[in-house]
Design a protein around this ligand. Sequence first.
Ligand code: ADP
Length: 497
Amino acid sequence: MKDPKGYILSFDQGTTSSRAIVFDRSGLIVGSAQRDFPQYYPEPGWVEHDAEEIWECQLAVARDAIANAGVEATEIVSIGITNQRETVVLWDRDSGKPVYRAIVWQCRRSTAICEELIASGLEEEFRVRTGLRLDPYFSGTKLTWLFRENMALRALAENGELMFGTVDSWLLWKLTGRHVTDVTNASRTLMFNIHELKWDPLLLSFLGVPASVLPEVLSSSDDFGVTKAHLFGREIPVNGVAGDQQAALFGHSCFKAGMAKNTYGTGCFCLLNTGDVPVRSNNNLLTTVAWKIGDRVTYALEGSVFIAGAVIQWLRDELKLIESAPESEIVARSVPDTNGVVIVPAFVGLGTPYWDPDARGAILGLSRGANRAHIVRAALESIALQSEDLLEAMSGDYGKPVETLKADGGATANSFLMQFQADISGVPVVLPEIAEITALGAAYLAGLRCGYWSSPEDIERNWQLKSRFEPDMNDKTRKRLLSRWHRAVSATREFKE
Ligand code: ADP
């Protein structure tokens, strides 16, 4: 039955695909569409997108999602946007055309610039103001690179002829003609002061970025403009914007301080709501803006595991130990333990709390009886063990343990993994009924602003439990497994070319 109050359309603009989902008031999916778009790798370690291709792909899936939902554009009351974070788009103010390929968050081209800023003793200055590390991952040094490499672009920027934006900002420009972004996306750029909630002139001067290129920063639940009428046949307001991980935290209804979520995809992204306090990390976590609604800002601690579900792809594609990801669960359950085998999947270095880019993976503890099932089980355990390191770092910084972990992402389909996470972390792990939690978060932010949902409590009522995993491991075993894991990590980090 059609909802007389209409629907919310959510854009989920990811790194490899664009998705659009139409949600109803219960937070249920009424229709959706998804399309991949091209990736460009012009040099080793470089990753680019074509911003026009992102836009065309996003617009197409938005129209498809409305059609698949069987609703009219007139029934869409608001649009929410969530997006791949940190990716840099630079476009011409007059023509609206991108002046360079989008430089993707994964791109390492500004490594030398980061090293230079660190050598100048500026890391602490950036950390205090932005909550981030001086790593090529974040937007700022990607812009520095562009303005250093291309003097013509630099001149245009200094003349006020260019606009910079993360992907949300680019989509908002195309949709509404406004040059705006939200605080969560701004907080990933290395240029935004997360305490004052303003672009930081000192950091801009260190990075060599003219302030004229920057978008206006709005709250995450705000009036971002209305879509140009020709796009959907009518003007639709855009009322919610947040980076993908922050949107997922919101989509899980982690509204209160102390609530955390972990997304188990290719890698893991764990965020802990720390309330109105930007907690400084002593454990290599990032401090970031979770969202701003009205005048109230909420902060989060964030950590990431680089290789999570990817270790299962590796078992399947490289070692050929399994034929599919779901098979990993059956194989892991065929043995009572890993028989002493530990896998440290540091294929691209180790993330939080180690931040060791030079570490490489290892399989340790092999004995004559070690078999395929032990290796598969150890690989799954490594996902949870790395996540436990994140949770431990978070509770250390926050001063309190995480009480419940809300989980989403493709690898949550693996119940062995979810149970092992609950066991090794000593914390219940819960899965929501709705899988598209990131898109839902953006929809909630939009719907809150336009009155579709009246309050966070109204939204919380939508949260439906799919499954819950209670910790069920004795403390002695837990400590033994953790100690073995940490010794394996140390040994792995010791071994470097
Ligand atoms: P991303 O958004 O990063 O592309 P997804 O959330 O789509 O990731 O999850 C895909 C990842 O989850 C893959 O790395 C895959 O190996 C892993 N995965 C999917 N199903 C399972 C499963 N049943 N057991 C373990 N890992 C799984």
